[in-house]
Unconditional design. Structure first.
Length: 162
């Protein structure tokens, strides 16, 4: 922070000579942008939510998160076996469409959980674990596909596995 020098004012002569002249020091106030308000005076944006309601909301959002993680793992592994007969580019797009359909199904299940969310948190039903779901699904799908087809690929490279 910048240091401010204290300004000294000139002695003020008063009309009464019996009083001593004094030198007053005027301190420089901190600019408005740097003033700190006491914590008790800061207004709250939203009315406080009861602990029981917050706990219930967090519990349901946590349940939704872990449900989508489990769905991603199970459906990623299932996609390897469900679409084994499809060859080439169609397998990839079918698996991605399968992933999207299951995610939309999880949104329907989440809405049936009757979560009482504030209007600012309505998006959480859709966005909760979205990135984790997509990346975990793709990772498990690629991993299981690689493990299942490790012996069938012949590209001229020696295999480390017998």
């Amino acid at each position: 922070m910048a240091r401010f020098k204290k300004k000294k004012s000139k002695p003020i002569s008063e009309s009464d000579d019996s009083k001593k002249e004094s030198v007053k020091e005027v301190s420089v106030d901190i600019p408005e942008t740097e003033k700190l308000e006491p914590a008790s005076e800061i207004p709250l944006a939203d009315p406080p939510i009861s602990e029981a309601a917050k706990s219930e909301k967090d519990r349901k959002l946590s349940k939704l998160y872990w449900m989508r993680i489990a769905l991603a793992i199970i459906s990623g592994a299932a996609a390897t076996f469900l679409f084994e007969d499809i060859e080439g580019e169609e397998r990839r797009w079918t698996s991605i469409a399968f992933m999207i359909i299951l995610f939309i199904g999880s949104i329907v299940v989440a809405k049936s959980m009757k979560m009482q969310l504030p209007s600012s948190d309505r998006k959480k039903i859709v966005t909760q674990a979205l990135g984790s779901y997509v990346f975990l699904y793709l990772f498990i799908w690629i991993l299981t596909n690689t493990i299942v087809n490790v012996g069938t690929v012949t590209n001229g490279m020696p295999s480390l596995l017998p």
